[in-house]
Design a protein around this ligand. Structure first.
Ligand code: ADP
Ligand code: MG
Length: 701
């Protein structure tokens, strides 16, 4: 529990009545002291110095000076007039200029009275001046919480500002609260860590955040909060992982049986890569260990994760369990279903697909078979985690392309069986290390770091719109050689209609340009019905269609080995990992493949950087790192809206070292006090409860 004083309502603060309090609540979600101290400034202004006026040069940006106004003077014609004053200290004078609010200035501000001024220095004909400075009387200056310190700048909203709650007003509030609660904020980090890491204790740290007296104290305090946030998260991961490794699982796949063996010896048409073999060993060790598997399988686009998934599922069926695979889109679920059905066609393993568009009669039958255990493998979308889906005994759940699902959905699948099933999470976009540590910190990691043999690196090209003739030449050449082509258009929700028109125009242009009997062109987009989509996709898969004009519905997982050209229209509108995903749709067969990015003449710097990254490398890990830097983690994980990522202090790009460090420390702590029962770790236990809810260690994780 938070100490009572921190639960005091903001109404108790000077200058906050019920109206302002409810506004603070609705606008910033601040209602008590604890919220207010956790509301950090987003930047700081240096108010530590009073500048001698003689030292001010054109290079300074913001300065704080003290002195007196010598005189005021109105210049210029009425419509363009300005009010000028000369402000002096005992070293020199500087011109102060107002372009409006003359009346306020001349009434409120007096000559020969000491004031403090703060403002931005501008120069006109080499002469520095300050326009519209902040003006404070000596009294007001003394009362400022940040006098002689760094001024915190808080974000506020239009509504709050209208009621006078701007950044400065917020700084008065936080300063008041810090004064009231100082000493009462409970420490969350053990003393020995504070000492060894040279971090300030928590009360000091909060004070430094809101009214820092030096850059160094601010810096150490920010580090403290970032470290603390990272540590709590890593502790939670460790506690989770330890719990799993301590509690034996009743689901043990002891043997490899008929289903696996007949697939492996008769249906699998190729030799597994060494990386695939290695991963299979890891999975077999996990599922046979007597503890629950919770494994992340990372592998670049096209590295062959699907067959690994199938083999794991077959082992589950060999041991009398059911297995499921959950894909992020219907198309991908369909794709998995097609591939897997073909692979198990001559066996006793039964496979079905369940998605949002499964007809109710079929759905009913599938649900019955699942519950009765006559269905071995089910492939579907997030439909699978709905309550109506009941398994007889689910032993293995595979989540494909995890980054599209929320962490919550992963947790939900565990409840699909009385005893939680083994879980294998597969991601196509390799995840940068910091993200992996943060989101999958409690998973063991396997990597497929090798593509099946005989793949030629994809040749990536960029053409401006008006050079598309070159792209067309490549299409013609490849289609004439019997291969197939994707042409992808962006489709983004807000402009869906316009994009659809662009897609349809593109489709018609292709038909015009390639209107020879032997070219067949298909079109695929999200507004088509499932049956229409299936029809088009099946024709393309079978090689009946030469060119498929499509939106990003084909982005993930689609697998047509004969496709050798991927054209991406308006490439500047795609994110980097999306571009890489799309590129991964080709280069799956043995022939040389091409990915051609087409962009408009005017590209933003960021778009240029994305395209450059695509041209520079085929390596998914390097793409993922570049993407993280360009876009930030929220977009990459696809969870920005879902609230999965709500870091207060950590920035996954900037704070890699801190996260790394926190992970090591969390490991050390758990290694010698896994239940956090030592006296020095009580503070961490309390902080974990506070952060993640729950009253016991077991409930936290
Ligand atoms: P991803 O990892 O992107 O999901 P897939 O599982 O779709 O990749 O595999 C891409 C293609 O490579 C599929 O056609 C698959 O059958 C094929 N493949 C997988 N493993 C091998 C292998 N060891 N040798 C040859 N082809 C393979
Ligand atoms: Mg895949």
């Amino acid at each position: 529990m938070l100490p009572e004083i921190l639960q005091n309502k903001v109404e108790f603060l000077k200058g906050v009545g019920p109206a302002k309090a409810s506004l603070l609540k609705s606008e910033l979600n601040i209602s008590d002291f604890s919220h207010l101290i956790a509301y950090f400034p987003f930047r700081y202004v240096d108010r530590t110095q009073i500048y001698p006026i003689s030292s001010i040069s054109a290079d300074e940006s913001f300065v704080q000076i003290s002195g007196i106004f010598e005189f005021f003077d109105i210049h210029g014609k009425s419509s363009h007039s300005r009010l000028e004053a000369v402000f002096s200290d005992n070293t020199a004078s500087i011109r102060i200029i107002w372009f409006q609010n003359f009346k306020w200035v001349t009434e409120k501000i007096h000559t020969n009275t000491p004031y403090y001024l703060f403002g931005k220095v501008t120069t006109f004909k080499d002469e520095p001046y300050i326009s519209h400075p902040e003006i404070l009387t000596v009294d007001e200056f003394k009362r400022l919480p940040f006098s002689g310190k760094f001024q915190p700048v808080y974000s506020s909203t239009e509504k709050l500002k209208k009621r006078g709650i701007d950044s400065k007003a917020i700084s008065f509030l936080t300063a008041q609260v810090i004064q009231k609660v100082y000493g009462a904020i409970p420490e969350t980090l053990p003393q020995y860590l504070l000492e060894s890491l040279k971090l300030p204790e928590i009360n000091q740290a909060f004070q430094n955040i809101h009214i820092p007296s030096s850059y160094n104290s601010l810096d150490r305090s920010l580090k403290r909060f970032r470290f603390e946030e990272a540590l709590l998260l890593q502790l939670r991961h460790r506690i989770n992982a330890d719990k799993r490794k301590r509690n034996p699982s009743v689901i043990v796949f002891e043997k490899v049986g008929k289903n696996f063996n007949s697939f492996f010896h008769h249906a699998l048409g190729f030799e597994l890569t060494n990386a695939q073999k290695e991963v299979m060993k890891e999975i077999r060790r996990d599922v046979g260990s007597g503890f629950r598997m919770n494994r992340l399988l990372q592998g670049d686009v096209g590295s062959g994760k699907t067959v690994v998934a199938l083999m794991a599922m077959l082992i589950a069926t060999d041991n009398g369990y059911q297995a499921c695979i959950m894909a992020p889109t219907e198309i991908l679920a369909q794709q998995h279903f097609n591939t897997i059905s073909k692979w198990v066609i001559n066996s006793n393993v039964s496979v079905a697909m369940l998605t949002g568009s499964t007809k109710s009669k079929a759905r009913k039958q599938i649900l019955t078979n699942l519950a009765e255990g006559t269905l071995n493998i089910i492939i579907g979308t997030h439909t699978l985690i709905e309550d109506s889906v009941v398994f007889q005994n689910l032993g293995l759940a595979i989540v494909d392309e995890q980054h599209r699902f929320g962490v919550l959905q992963r947790a939900k699948i565990l409840n699909k069986n009385e005893n939680p099933p083994h879980v294998l999470v597969m991601t196509a976009t390799p995840i940068p290390r910091t993200l992996a540590m943060t989101f999958y910190g409690d998973l063991d990691v396997s990597v497929i770091n090798e593509l099946p043999p005989g793949r030629k690196p994809i040749n990536t090209l960029f053409y401006y719109d008006n050079q598309r003739i070159h792209a067309w030449e490549i299409i013609r050449r490849e289609v004439n050689a019997g291969r197939q082509v994707y042409i992808v258009y962006p489709l983004i929700k807000e402009s869906e209609k316009l994009d659809l028109i662009a897609l349809e125009n593109g489709y018609e242009a292709i038909i015009r340009d390639f209107a020879m009997p032997k070219y067949e062109v298909g079109i695929l987009h999200g507004r088509m019905t499932q049956d229409e989509k299936d029809f088009v996709m099946n024709r393309f898969s079978k090689g009946l269609t030469d060119i498929l004009v499509s939106t990003t519905v084909i982005e993930v997982g689609v697998d047509v080995a004969n496709a050798s050209v991927m054209i991406i229209e308006n490439a500047e509108r795609f994110g980097l990992s999306q571009l890489h995903q799309l590129r991964g749709r080709v280069g799956r067969g043995a022939s040389q493949s091409h990915c051609i990015l087409i962009g408009s003449q005017t590209l933003s710097d960021e778009a240029k950087a994305r395209i450059k990254a695509m041209l520079d490398t085929n390596d998914g890990f390097r793409i993922a790192e570049a993407d993280l830097k360009l876009r930030g983690p929220g977009d990459i994980m696809g969870t920005r809206q879902s609230g999965d990522i709500d870091f207060k202090y950590i920035d996954l790009v900037r704070d890699e070292k801190i996260i790394d460090h926190a992970r090591n420390i969390a490991e050390q702590i758990c290694a010698n006090d896994s239940s956090l029962s030592k006296p020095e770790h009580q503070c961490l236990l309390e902080a974990l409860k506070q952060r993640f809810g729950g009253t016991t260690l077991a409930e936290i994780a």
